[in-house]
Design a protein around this ligand. Structure first.
Ligand code: ASP
Length: 344
């Protein structure tokens, strides 16, 4: 994906985190804060009345698709959706270019997930409306990185810390985990971050991403022991093994048991760390993922990430469609009924 993409603003596609600078990142986060009453079901908003989202997911998704669609609906828009290749004309041999031109004629904005790296950019090149990349193979997942940094900021601020200068341990499948690729790239906008990386053999981070982080002035430490990797980290970001994307690496990786659990954190003396994960967490036995025995720890932020995803995805739509915070406020009103959300 080219690094020279224009900044993400009205009428633009969102293909890569490289479209952000500190200013437009902060503007997006301000918008995400402003829509919080809508996300929290305290207010109803109709600012996107009459707008149509085309939601095209050619790869499995639960939270990304549902949160994008919920975000659009909660802003008063409407959604059309197709999932998988089987139910789309791509199964009849239609090209990305033709599909993109056709569906963009029906929608005001498109959200697209596709298994091939670079395919969403190709889609965007033939679309007549803005396209949001919801994951292109092992390439990028920009909206996830945006909600990750938004969450990181809030969790660190609650502890009197900043993203600048923080220490984040990133664990798991760093080779195929596109959320990690986008996250490390987006952290390039911050300063003095220490990344401690731990991956099973064969699933290490692509060297280019590591070099770019160092070129941004960050410190990158690569560890071969998970306990050492999480020791002293403010934040631990764990990812699942992307089994669907690999061939022989899995045998080489020898990834079994838990990637991270409470006893590892106890031995590392870091039970208070902020714990993040893009989800889904692979809960099958021996899946080599984050154990659910950490769920009662005070720093567990994985469901804060999913909740924050709604705010950030609303902000993405509002930005792409050129809607201001003032217009959102004008079209929002208190709900006549009370939502019963339990605090977590
Ligand atoms: N949901 C994330 C993604 O689509 C992470 C994952 O699948 O492991 O990349």
């Amino acid at each position: 994906m080219p690094d020279s993409l224009p900044l993400f603003e009205q009428g633009r596609h969102l293909l890569s985190v490289s479209q952000f600078d500190r200013d437009n990142l902060q503007a997006l986060f301000d918008m995400a804060d402003a829509v919080d009453p809508i996300a929290k079901r305290q207010a109803v908003c109709t600012v996107l009345d009459g707008a149509m989202l085309g939601s095209l997911f050619f790869e499995p998704s639960t939270r990304t698709r549902l949160s994008f669609e919920s975000a659009f609906l909660r802003l008063g828009g409407e959604v059309t959706t197709t999932t998988g290749f089987t139910f789309s004309s791509m199964a009849k041999g239609e090209s990305i270019a033709d599909t993109a031109r056709v569906v963009s004629g029906y929608s005001d904005v498109l959200v697209v997930r596709h298994p091939d790296e670079g395919s969403v950019a190709q889609f965007a090149a033939h679309s007549i409306v803005p396209v949001i990349n919801a994951g292109d193979g092992t390439g990028e997942h920009p909206s996830q990185a945006l909600l990750d940094v938004y969450t990181l900021q809030k969790e660190l601020a609650a502890r009197g810390k900043n993203v600048d200068g923080c220490h984040i341990a990133i664990l798991g499948d760093l080779k195929y985990g596109r959320t990690v690729h986008s996250l490390i790239k987006l952290m390039g906008l911050h300063t003095g971050v220490t990344f401690t990386l731990f991956a099973p053999p064969g699933l290490e981070l692509p060297v280019q991403i590591e070099h770019d982080a160092i070129a941004h002035g960050h410190t990158v430490r690569v560890m071969d022991d998970v306990e050492a990797a999480v020791t002293g980290a403010d934040v631990i970001y764990a990812t699942r093994v992307q089994r669907e994307r690999m061939t022989d690496e899995l045998a080489q990786a020898n990834a079994r048991g838990d990637l991270l659990n409470k006893s590892i954190l106890t031995r590392a003396d870091n039970l208070d760390a902020i714990i993040m994960h893009p989800l889904p967490r692979d809960s099958r036995p021996d899946s080599y993922d984050l154990s659910s025995d950490v769920d009662d720890l005070p720093g567990l932020a994985i469901f804060h990430q999913t909740d924050n995803g709604l705010n950030v995805r609303m902000a993405i739509f509002l930005t792409a469609l050129g809607v201001t915070i003032e217009a959102v406020n004008l079209t929002s009103k208190r709900r006549p009924w009370k939502a019963t959300l339990r605090p977590v």
